[in-house]
Ligand binder design. Structure first.
Ligand SMILES: Nc1ncnc2c1ncn2[C@@H]1O[C@H](COP(=O)(O)OP(=O)(O)O)[C@@H](O)[C@H]1O
Ligand SMILES: [Mg+2]
Length: 241
């Protein structure tokens, strides 16, 4: 399998704090790479380093053999890296439909006509079609998460970065998110999925990376990683619930 993304010795600093500390990962085409780790371990910062929101202190990010380390977030998006935000960044006073359309027109640079067609497809897939005319601000949590994923999909990513899209949901709602993510994977999109809910990693991830204090602790098949002693120590010991 080919690597879609290679992160090499990435370090992202906030003042003295090395939130991501010389981290290296390889993401294979078509896989779901799950990322777990305690709160504050640098998961979101790593994602921000990949999507271009934060500039690294050192290291590099290679996407489809292109060194994108100095590329802006929008350039990375146009190249095929889509993302969701841990705290949804939907436009509250726009409808669900309009929110997704913005992703299609600006992110994927589609004509408005093509984007409209794509938006319907994505709304259907994410289970939002019958809510397309509601204001985003009026949605309950599951639908907000759905909309976050829908907006990211509208940018037509080859690599999709998901940041805790199942967090805070009920069992049944988590199953719905799992269904959507698996479907996206089946359509050929490579996925990096940060999630605290270990069941989602067991059920969906091909490999799991556990990070602690900005460093790679272990990376491998989900069963092995979740059972590893060092993971139990740093992660399960502090996990809530
Ligand atoms: N914009 C920022 N400015 C300063 N510190 C930050 C910023 N973003 C994250 N951090 C710090 O970096 C560390 C890693 O944070 P984060 O990547 O959000 O962790 P995680 O997503 O694993 O919970 C934490 O100590 C956090 O407080
Ligand atoms: Mg986070």
């Amino acid at each position: 399998m080919e690597n879609v993304l290679i992160v090499e010795n990435l370090t992202i600093a906030f003042g003295q704090l090395l939130a991501v500390n010389s981290l290296s990962i390889e993401v294979r085409e078509g896989e779901i790479l799950g990322i777990i780790g305690p709160n504050g371990s640098g998961k979101t910062t790593l994602l921000n380093g990949i999507s271009g929101l934060y500039k690294p202190k050192s290291g590099s990010v290679i996407f489809k053999d292109i060194d994108i380390t100095d590329f802006s977030p929008s350039r990375r998006c146009r190249l095929g890296i889509g993302r969701t935000y841990q705290v949804p960044r939907t436009f509250e006073k726009m409808t669900v439909y309009e929110n997704v359309l913005v992703g299609g027109v600006y992110g994927a640079s589609l004509s408005e006509k093509k984007a409209r067609y794509k938006v319907y497809e994505i709304l259907e897939l994410t289970g939002l079609l019958h809510k397309k005319d509601l204001f985003a601000g009026s949605l309950a949590l599951l639908d907000r998460k759905r909309l976050e994923v829908a907006r990211a999909l509208a940018t037509n990513p080859q690599l999709l970065l998901l940041d805790e899209v199942a967090a805070g949901l009920t069992e049944a709602e988590v199953n719905e998110v799992l269904r959507i993510v698996k479907y996206i994977k089946e359509s050929g999109v490579t996925i990096i999925w940060i999630e605290h809910i270990l069941r989602t990693m067991m059920e969906a991830a091909d490999r799991v990376l556990c990070i602690a204090s900005g460093k790679k602790l272990i990376c491998g098949n989900p069963k092995e990683v979740l059972a590893a002693e060092e993971v139990q120590e740093v992660y399960l010991g502090v996990e809530e619930g």
